[in-house]
Write a protein that binds this ligand. Structure first.
Ligand code: ZN
Length: 150
């Protein structure tokens, strides 16, 4: 697993040590819990959604550096975005970490999320990187069950 070190780029390390929006929102109107049994990553995502926009987002929980950094960067990037924009980002991010080439040949513009591109070489880690996003999606869809990556 020595090659994993290549994945732990500075931004990932930094976000896993000091995750952003790492708190539960007291006024949340959307909430979901996500669990990745393969790695043990477990997070709760809370949101304030108003007029189809993500006004605020927070997450809490524990897991590996990749899952935590991914959740942290996710909260930064989707805050203020519309629900539609957030699901489009998830699609693009999913393509990126699964190494799927975009159909039109253009790399999707995922901003800082690009640091997770290396994850595509580690299939088991894809679940770590996408857990928070799956959980976000469940929260937006109003699902009550715990979201798992299995
Ligand atoms: Zn993990």
């Amino acid at each position: 697993m020595a090659d994993l070190r290549d994945l732990y780029q500075e931004l990932i390390l930094e976000h896993s040590k000091a995750p952003r929006n790492f708190h539960e929102l007291p006024a949340a109107n959307r909430r979901a819990e996500g669990y990745n049994p393969l790695c043990g990553d477990h997070y709760t995502v809370t949101l304030e959604v108003e007029d189809g926009k993500i006004r605020d987002i927070g997450f809490q929980g524990a897991g590996c550096a990749i899952s935590k950094a991914s959740a942290s960067l996710m909260t930064q990037i989707v805050k203020g975005k519309s629900v539609g924009e957030a699901s489009k980002l998830f699609e693009d991010f999913h393509d990126l970490v699964t190494g799927k080439a975009p159909p039109n040949g253009n790399q999707p513009d995922v901003g800082k999320l690009k640091v997770f591109a290396g994850v595509s070489e580690f299939p088991a880690r894809v679940k770590c990187a996408t857990l928070a996003w799956h959980t976000l999606e469940s929260a937006l869809e109003g699902k009550q069950d715990v979201t798992t990556t299995e």
